[in-house]
Ligand binder design. Structure first.
Ligand SMILES: CC(C)(COP(=O)(O)OP(=O)(O)OC[C@H]1O[C@@H](n2cnc3c(N)ncnc32)[C@H](O)[C@@H]1OP(=O)(O)O)[C@@H](O)C(=O)NCCC(=O)NCCS
Length: 427
């Protein structure tokens, strides 16, 4: 066991790009490598000090399923630094932060890197089951005749390729349909969703213009000739307006819905990492921590109910473990999968019924002060590379807490499978 706290020393991310655009020809490993390399350079950390690397990825590559290992080796970490990849859906990078923190507290490590990467431009495209069986059978066949017979059962419809759906395996509902369900059942208006989306763009635009967010980014040189450099997010819309958002058609329930391309997080490519150290080690090496990890918690709800309500259970758990109240938080970072999910979770945190029925408490968890919420924007404006978002949020929260001389910060991430993650940072 190690005594002391776990320090967030630094963090950085790639610029985030809409899937199929700037990083179309890159893999998640390429993106992870780019920001790992940047973290090492910025912090001048000696790679031999690193005891572990944990990264998240939600839709792994079939060729390189252990993203963390490949990105670590590619970034020039010594071969003796172990690395593994975790999947807690959209909270994967947060889980990576928790795993490295746990390893440091357990005495298994003193310095670690946590983060994640995702390329939705590079998702595996699969053959149908019938086609895959035929290909395997043909590869084992000993004659041309047997090879041909293997394909005899394949029908034209079996030739259609399959790619992963952004859907809940146990219910078949897409994330967007689940957000629609939450908006409908919780009475979240289209206006409220568009207001959340508008503020996301407005706050992220301000944090981009004044250099706060660019300071967290590395430049990505795009192969094959490395003469194209991506140096900024390409999803942000500084000029969006409430009127423009209100004019967008609903996507997931075209007739009666309220969830649009404007109030959903977009499909995104990107990577993000943070450097974590035992407090005493950071001090001994001369690093000034941005913040410390005070507590964290995960929770889960029935995916067949309201899918993205996990944060409203994880937040009170993390606060309780921290011995703090929601009102103690100087800043709150809530990942925005959809504005409807943010509004639904805030509604639950402020609700007596939720407190009584789900938490067995007489009073609500507390009021979410919108002035302290997502002050640098969030995933609707910036994008949401599933495996990386948790690390982006950790870095931004730690930096902003330090900038404001705040004491406590809370972050939450909702995830597929009905899960939620929350973490409390302190300074
Ligand atoms: C919602 C979704 C289907 C939209 O995808 P898309 O159609 O590629 O989105 P686009 O960026 O092309 O936007 C559609 C239109 O809305 C417009 N638009 C989007 N955001 C806007 C904004 N803030 N202001 C003004 N216009 C906007 C675009 O300009 C585009 O207009 P056009 O059709 O005239 O070109 C896709 O982003 C998605 O699936 N998101 C959810 C991802 C998800 O499930 N994540 C899991 C979270 S748990």
């Amino acid at each position: 066991m190690n005594d002391g706290r776990v320090a967030i020393v630094a963090g950085c991310r790639t610029p985030f790009a809409k899937a199929g655009t700037a990083y179309r020809d890159l893999t998640a490993v390429d993106l992870g490598k780019a920001c790992l390399r940047e973290l090492l350079e910025r912090t001048e950390v000696d790679p031999t000090w690193i005891d572990t690397v944990v990264m998240g990825q939600v839709i792994p590559s079939v060729k390189a399923p252990n993203l963390a290992r490949e990105a670590g080796l590619g970034a020039g970490l010594p071969a003796g630094v172990p690395a593994h990849t975790v999947n807690r859906a959209c909270a994967s990078a947060s889980q990576a932060v928790a795993d490295v923190t746990g390893a440091i507290l357990a005495g298994h490590a003193e310095v670690g890197i946590a983060g994640g990467a995702e390329s939705l431009s590079d998702v595996p495209v699969l053959h149908s089951k019938k086609m895959a069986q035929a290909l395997l059978e043909a590869s084992r066949a000993r004659s041309w005749g047997a090879r041909l017979r293997a394909f005899a059962k394949v029908r034209p419809r079996d030739l259609r390729p399959e790619s992963p759906a952004i859907a809940e395996p146990s219910t078949g509902l897409t994330m967007g349909q689940s957000a629609e369900k939450m908006a409908r059942e919780n009475g979240i208006s289209r206006e409220e969703q568009d207001q959340i989306a508008y503020l996301s763009h407005k706050n992220a635009s301000a944090a981009t213009a004044d250099g706060r967010l660019p300071a967290e980014m590395c430049a990505v040189f795009v192969p094959p000739r490395y003469d194209v450099v991506v140096s900024g997010d390409n999803l942000l819309r500084p000029d969006t307006s409430l009127d423009a958002l209100a004019a967008l058609p609903p996507v997931f329930d075209r007739k009666y819905g309220t969830v649009t391309a404007g109030n959903s997080s977009p499909l995104t490519d990107g990577a993000a990492v943070v450097l974590l150290m035992l407090e005493a080690k950071a001090k001994a090496l001369g690093y000034l921590p941005l913040a410390f990890i005070r507590s964290w918690a995960v929770a889960a709800v029935d995916p067949g109910g309201q899918l993205l309500m996990g944060p409203a259970l994880a937040i009170p758990k993390a606060l309780e473990r921290a011995g703090l109240q929601l009102s103690d938080m100087d800043l709150i970072e809530m990942h925005e999968a959809f504005a409807a999910q943010v509004a639904s979770n805030i509604q639950a945190l402020e609700s007596e019924t939720w407190a009584r029925d789900k938490l067995g408490r007489s009073a609500p968890v507390g009021r979410v002060d919108r002035e302290r919420l997502n002050v640098s924007g969030s995933s609707i404006a910036l994008g949401h590379p599933f495996g990386a978002t948790g690390a982006r949020i950790t870095t931004t929260l730690a930096n902003e807490l330090a900038r404001r001389h705040g004491k406590f910060g809370l972050l939450s991430v909702c995830a597929q499978g009905g899960m939620g993650f929350a973490m409390v940072l302190e300074r």
